[in-house]
Structures are given as structure tokens and as C-alpha cells.
Design a protein around this ligand. Structure first.
Ligand code: FMN
Length: 195
């Protein structure tokens, strides 16, 4: 870890590049933790689709369990773990919606089957049978046989605006290196933690 690095987003970019070169698949996979208004947590994997100084973006069904929890309590935590590098990054912060233009642009970039799948999946709700899902896919495919497919209004993205970013690196004898960036009034403050 470069001890002079003071921009956690730049450092994250470096680690993500290294993970992209070494991970067999989905280096952008991250565990997303949300919680209910009363503080009961839940966690699942999602894919990081954008990151810059504003935060970490993922896309999902707004009517899913996570979507409901984020509507009730717009705070989240993310955890990346790259086994090939023996490194992890943790992110915590408030969550905001991406703009409609951002969501439209990302949705338009997805494979046609994935755009149809976004319409077909009533994510997180009970599924009576696999056939019911396939029937919905067939119906959406007939609705949009060719040309543009509009983005469903229940499908969009969230940005986790980081207030804390931790970089963890494996070291011998479990004396791991932990470097934490806290959002300060200007820029970031940095501290090391015992492993
Ligand atoms: C590697 C991986 C990546 C995933 N990426 C996404 C994603 O980007 N968006 C999403 O909605 N679900 C994604 N999923 C599925 C979620 O883990 C989860 O099953 C789904 O979003 C429903 O979660 P919920 O019921 O807590 O809302 C991914 C699963 C895995 C294993």
C-alpha cells in the first residue's frame, strides 16, 4: 500500500485494476449490506458499475428487498474481497439515487436479454414456478420484439456516498494492514487500525 496516497478513490481504482487482472470473474462483485428502519441488517452480492469521487454505484430493482430497505433507511455498507490478492475494501455511507439519465445510459448498455430480464423479474417476491418467470420473459419479448426497450421505472441505481473507506491487506501471521479514510470537512483523514 502506498503510504503517501491520500485519495481513497484513486487507491480503490488501483486495487480494482489489480483485481481485474487477477480475479477469475466478477472482480467488481461486492457484498451490499442494508438494514430496515429498525436496524435489522441484510446482505447480498451486487456488482459495482461505476465509481468516482461521488461514490460507488450499483443497479437493481427498486421494489426488491434491498430497494425497500434503502427507501426506509438510506445507509449502506459495501465489502469487496479479492481472494487472489488477499485484500478487502469496506465502504460505508449514505445512499442516494442515481439520476434518471445515468440509469437510462447504463440500462441501454446492457445486453437485450438482461434488459428484458429486468422487466420480467419481480425481484425478491415469491416465484410460484420457473415457468411463471419464463412466461413473463416471453411476454416482455413479444411486447418489445425489436428496437428500443424502455427502462422500467422500478429499475435504477443507487450511489453509496462514502463517509468511511477501509483498505485491508493480508500480512504474515495475521498482522494485517488496515488503513481507514474518514471523510473530513475537506478531503479525507487517514488512520491505521490494529488488525
Ligand atoms: C456475483 C453476484 C452479483 C450480483 N449482482 C447483482 C446486481 O448488480 N444487482 C442486483 O439487483 N442483484 C445482483 N445479484 C443478485 C443479488 O445478490 C440478490 O439475489 C438480489 O439482488 C435480490 O436481493 P434482495 O432480495 O436482498 O433485494 C448478484 C448476485 C451475485 C452472486
Amino acid at each position: 500500500m502506498d503510504p503517501t496516497t491520500e485519495d481513497p478513490i484513486a487507491l480503490f481504482g488501483t486495487w480494482m485494476s489489480e483485481a481485474t487482472a487477477s480475479e477469475p470473474n466478477d472482480p467488481n462483485a461486492m457484498c451490499l449490506a442494508t438494514s430496515t428502519a429498525t436496524g435489522a441488517p441484510s446482505a447480498r452480492m451486487v456488482l459495482l458499475k461505476d465509481v468516482d469521487a461521488r461514490g460507488f454505484v450499483f443497479y437493481t430493482n427498486l421494489e426488491s428487498r434491498k430497494g425497500g430497505e434503502l427507501a426506509a433507511n438510506p445507509q449502506a455498507a459495501l465489502c469487496f474481497h479479492w481472494k487472489t490478492l488477499a485484500r478487502s475494501v469496506r465502504v460505508e455511507g449514505q445512499v442516494e439515487a442515481v439520476t434518471a439519465a445515468e440509469a437510462d445510459a447504463y440500462y441501454a448498455s446492457r445486453a437485450r436479454g438482461s434488459r428484458i430480464g429486468a422487466w420480467a423479474s419481480r425481484q425478491s417476491r415469491p416465484l410460484e414456478s420457473r415457468f411463471a418467470l419464463e412466461k413473463r420473459v416471453a411476454e416482455i419479448t413479444m411486447t418489445y420484439p425489436i428496437g428500443e426497450i424502455p427502462r422500467p421505472d422500478f429499475w435504477s441505481g443507487f450511489r453509496v456516498v462514502p463517509s468511511r473507506i477501509e483498505f485491508w491487506r493480508d500480512m504474515p501471521f495475521r498482522l494485517h494492514e488496515r488503513r481507514v479514510f474518514h471523510r473530513a470537512s475537506e478531503g479525507w483523514s487517514i488512520e491505521a487500525l490494529y488488525p
